[in-house]
Design a protein around this ligand. Structure first.
Ligand SMILES: Nc1ncnc2c1ncn2[C@@H]1O[C@H](COP(=O)(O)OP(=O)(O)OP(=O)(O)O)[C@@H](O)[C@H]1O
Ligand SMILES: [Mg+2]
Length: 510
């Protein structure tokens, strides 16, 4: 890997990167206005702010994907304005975007060297390609075979490929836009090591993330944005407290983000006995009552998503039974689950559900539509408008209007809109898989509130989360999974970091 991190095509070692009065407007949206700050070499500089604050837009300008409406960039003492991605790359800049740009039908190696494949006599040199790909992946994603088709890799692995690709160009400025949103704990550790190394080599690293603990772990400085405007730069992360940063971002104190209030649970709504199927290694028993929030905690790969997929009819059980309100339920397909009122809001909401060319309103209403098919079109139109507006307001989806195309929303706002889709449907049991991933802290608090209100209205909720504080903060009870089996159950009052983690960690084999 070291060899690949050589000098950029135009060496700018130890140059700083400045944004000077950058503005960017889209029809109806002022995404950025007058952004000025400097990121220094040998430092990891965080960009933080709520969903839609303008972080990705700024990185797209840096990467040459968008031209700014005003202002310019400066690298060292050179004023630059990139008119294309190629120009940005040629100037030693690498941006790893929030949306990945890999070709799923091609192999890992081909993706890594897309545009500059090693060729001999006009043919792609397979051996050389493989050798170079292996060198790039070393230490970053050793387990990935360069021959694998990208389409078959996990989201986390794809992210690592994208990172390897950017590093291969030996850039001086490297910007990461929410790189860890789909990585496992181990992959995150690896990435942190790489970022630390880049920093020590004197590069300028920009880092966008909503995860406080990461920002405090690896960033030296942070710039906060709000509604497309520059708020403040803290040059010394070490002199900043968690609360100070949150207050600066949200513009208000968030006292108790979870805002948990005790509820009385009702009858058992969903009961699972001896369930076995894909991803489970031992029979699962569980129940959740009306008005109860059951947390499913575990590390990535513990079988939590698989369990939810079984409960929502996406995969078929091989043994066991599922009862809904005391009645046996046949779950052969997602349609059975949805018909019975069991809804799954999946983890990878983007891949599984966004219609980029459709409007925000259509994205929210699409699944609820059949339920209202009997209404005349006039009434249905009325219902759809008010339903979309309701969720846009409740989830604080930042969009100029309900008619805006989904593709123009920021990443986190797309997530919120898709959540609105699930909340639009009649439900008895709501299965949420990592509902706050990629969502800013203010919106998280709002989503916790929504979960609380749904439970208070009698819905049984199961929430999967890898965030320990979140699980403890919102659940009435926590079930811990590890290696495809249930390792234990803890009541809210007894849950703490130690006992939950102990159960979640794989047992030592002797
Ligand atoms: N191509 C576009 N057309 C219209 N509006 C856009 C476009 N790209 C971004 N926007 C808008 O600009 C604003 C800033 O979006 P941006 O993606 O930069 O936010 P962000 O800070 O990255 O948010 P998140 O944390 O959700 O990823 C948002 O209101 C977004 O809807
Ligand atoms: Mg973004």
């Amino acid at each position: 890997m070291q060899a690949q991190l050589s000098t950029p095509s135009q060496p700018e070692l130890m140059a700083s990167l400045s944004f000077k009065g950058i503005g960017k407007s889209f029809p109806g949206v002022q995404a950025l206005a007058d952004i000025s700050f400097t990121a220094h070499p040998g430092s990891v500089h965080a960009l933080m702010g709520e969903n839609g604050a303008g972080k990705s837009t700024l990185l797209k300008i840096l990467g040459g994907a968008y031209a700014p409406s005003s202002g310019h960039l400066q690298i060292g003492d050179r004023q630059v304005n990139f008119k294309s991605t190629a120009e940005s790359i040629a100037n030693g800049v690498a941006v790893i975007h929030q949306e990945l740009h890999l070709v799923p039908e091609m192999t890992v190696a081909e993706n890594l060297f897309l545009g500059h494949l090693p060729a001999r006599f006009g043919l792609v040199n397979g051996t050389e390609l493989r050798r170079r790909a292996l060198a790039l992946l070393k230490g970053l994603a050793d387990e990935i075979d360069p021959q694998d088709k990208v389409g078959r890799l996990s989201l986390g692995q794809r992210q690592l490929i994208e990172i390897a690709k950017a590093l291969s160009r030996g850039a001086h400025v490297i910007a990461f836009d929410e790189p860890t949103s789909s990585l496992s704990a181990r992959e995150i550790d690896r990435l942190m090591t790489i970022i630390t190394r880049l920093r020590d080599e004197g590069k300028v690293v920009l880092y966008v993330s909503h995860r406080m603990e990461e920002v405090f772990r690896i960033c030296n400085a942070v710039t906060v944005f709000k509604d497309g405007r520059y708020v403040r730069t803290f040059e010394q992360m070490s002199e900043l407290s968690h609360d100070q940063l949150v207050t600066c971002m949200v513009g208000r104190d968030i006292q108790d983000i979870y805002d948990y209030r005790p509820r009385t649970a009702g009858e058992i709504m969903l009961k699972v006995t001896g369930l076995l199927g894909p991803g489970l290694s031992a029979p699962v028993d569980l129940h959740v009552r009306q008005g109860e929030v059951l947390g499913l905690f575990g590390l990535v790969g513990a079988g939590r998503t698989e369990l939810l997929r079984l409960l929502s009819g996406l995969t078929r059980k091989t043994a066991g039974s599922v009862e809904l309100a005391g009645k046996a339920l046949a779950l052969h397909s997602p349609r059975d689950a949805i018909g019975a009122g069991i809804l799954l809001c999946p983890e990878d909401r983007k891949k599984e559900g966004i219609l980029p060319l459709a409007s925000v309103a259509e994205n929210i209403n699409i699944s609820a539509r059949p339920a209202h098919a009997s209404l005349g079109w006039l009434l249905r139109g009325e219902w759809e408008r008010s339903n979309a507006d309701k969720h846009i307001r409740a989830l604080k989806v930042k969009t100029p209007s309900a008619g805006q195309k989904m593709m123009f929303l920021s990443g986190g706002n797309q997530q919120k809109a898709i959540l609105g889709r699930w909340l639009s449907m009649p439900m008895k049991v709501l299965l949420l898989d990592e509902p706050t991933r990629g969502i800013d802290i203010g919106a998280k608090a709002e989503i916790y509130q929504i979960i609380h209100n749904l439970a208070a209205s009698g819905i049984a909720v199961i929430v999967v989360s890898s965030d320990l504080m979140e699980v403890m903060g919102i659940s009435d009870r926590v079930l811990v999974l590890c290696e495809g089996e249930v390792r234990g159950e803890v009541a809210r009052a007894d849950a703490n970091e130690t006992n939950l983690l102990q159960m979640a960690l794989p047992r030592q084999r002797h």
